[in-house]
Write a protein that binds this ligand. Structure first.
Ligand SMILES: [Zn+2]
Length: 415
């Protein structure tokens, strides 16, 4: 086990090389406060650990040419997965977070934890076979799930669309199977981490990433770091009350929640009401007797069906109202909207923008940008990889790893 200072200085040097801010030993000596001797010692440690590599001598105008340093992105790998309400994306990423292998399957999370974990492990195993040698240097697993997760334990807490998951220790189950630590977070935080690492939120400090799919939630990035709150439920805006109507019952058991009126499943319910009244020609023809889904309403709006367009507009207005409140409270520089509802096109985004700009304080919106997530459906998978990598390169964990030079068998204490 390394001491705290040693671990932090190793990580600082690693980060300077990883981010491209330093390419040579003299660069590092200039960019840090450590002095040449310490830089040289730490660098030797990182080279020995296989995290950094030293290449050819670079040509410089005068003096002795230094060797170029690079981050060995393939010295370790992480398994990553984004489990949605109805589908599952599974992959393997290198230490830079780049997804090397990716598969996706249809899977209904309502089938319960046992069947879902079985399907997940089958996909993980396939990915490891496809990745051949890469799979042998497995350092961790990152997992996004569509429900509230207590950050310290990784346990789902009363997840509305994940019945039966409350008592299942997903982290321990996967850790026992793959022999590496596992981190779990909700799908929206994972999406925000993906955008922060490789999407539109890169190099941004105060961002709200909103996922508008079967459910609704937000991931908050504050001062460049994901803000989870005391227990891990920060940004759960889907259950903010937006209506006094007692007949609108949400999946969480309360009434009048944003999610019960504006999410994909709410749109499905409202679309069904249109069909029952014979009001939407598009939905009547499209569904021909089967239950209406949120995706049907999105497609209806895209095709110009008036009733579907109105439902989408109402959804966008409610989301805009809620975000205006968040903007006044949190003052983000950037709001990114993602998820299945964004397939409805730019009309949805335009309505959200109008409401937020007209309902928030001028100072809060002066430099506010509202746009779409950059990575699309890939952001959650990249985010799941980012979740694991973020924890692996956290000082406490790294000290353990670099000190013993093997993947710690025990889960580190969550910060
Ligand atoms: Zn609710």
């Amino acid at each position: 086990m390394l001491d705290d200072e040693e671990s932090r200085s190793l990580l600082e040097i690693l980060e300077l090389v990883r981010s491209g801010q330093a390419v040579t030993r003299p660069d590092l000596a200039r960019a840090t406060q450590f002095g040449r001797a310490v830089v040289s010692r730490r660098l030797d440690q990182l080279l020995e650990l296989g995290l950094l590599g030293e290449g050819d001598r670079l040509s410089v105008p005068r003096g002795r040419s230094p060797r170029g340093l690079h981050f060995n992105t393939t010295s370790g790998h992480v398994l990553c997965a984004d489990i949605g309400a109805r589908s599952m994306f599974v992959g393997l990423a290198d230490l830079s977070g780049q997804i090397l292998v990716q598969v996706s399957i249809e899977h209904d999370i309502g089938l319960g934890p046992e069947q879902t974990l079985k399907a997940l492990c089958e996909e993980f195993d396939k990915v490891l076979v496809t990745a051949k040698d890469a799979g042998r240097q497995l350092w961790g697993v990152g997992l996004g799930v569509p429900g509230p997760i207590e950050h310290a334990t990784g346990l789902a807490v009363s997840p509305p669309i994940m019945p039966g998951w409350s008592d299942v220790d997903v982290r321990r189950r996967l850790q026992e199977r793959y022999g590496v630590p596992v981190w779990v977070d909700n799908d929206v935080n994972v999406m925000a981490l993906g955008e922060l690492r490789g999407g539109t939120a890169m190099n941004q400090r105060d961002v709200v990433v909103v996922k508008l799919s079967t459910g609704i939630g937000a991931g908050l990035i504050s001062n460049g770091v994901l803000h989870r709150g005391a227990q891990g439920s920060a940004g759960d805006i889907g259950h903010v009350k937006v209506s006094d109507d007692p007949t609108i019952v949400c999946r969480c058991g309360n009434t009048g929640c944003l999610e019960a009126l504006a999410s994909g499943w709410a749109l499905g319910r409202q679309g069904q009401e249109l069909v029952d009244r014979g009001e939407s020609p598009f939905l009547l023809e499209r569904t021909a007797g089967r239950p209406v889904t949120g995706d049907d309403v999105v497609d209806g709006a895209l095709s110009g069906d008036y009733s579907c367009m109105k439902l989408m507009n109402d959804s966008a207005r409610l989301v805009g109202d809620t975000l205006a409140l968040i903007v006044n409270f949190f003052n983000p520089a950037l709001i990114l909207l993602g998820g299945r509802l964004m397939a409805a096109g730019d009309a949805y985004l335009a309505t959200v923008r109008n409401i937020v700009y007209s309902r928030s304080l001028p100072l809060a919106t002066r430099e506010l940008v509202i746009g779409k997530v950059g990575l699309g459906s890939g952001s959650a998978l990249q985010g799941a990889a980012a979740l694991a990598l973020h924890e692996i390169f956290a000082p406490e964990y790294f000290a353990d790893w670099a000190g013993s030079r093997s993947v710690p068998q025990l889960l580190p204490t969550a910060s």
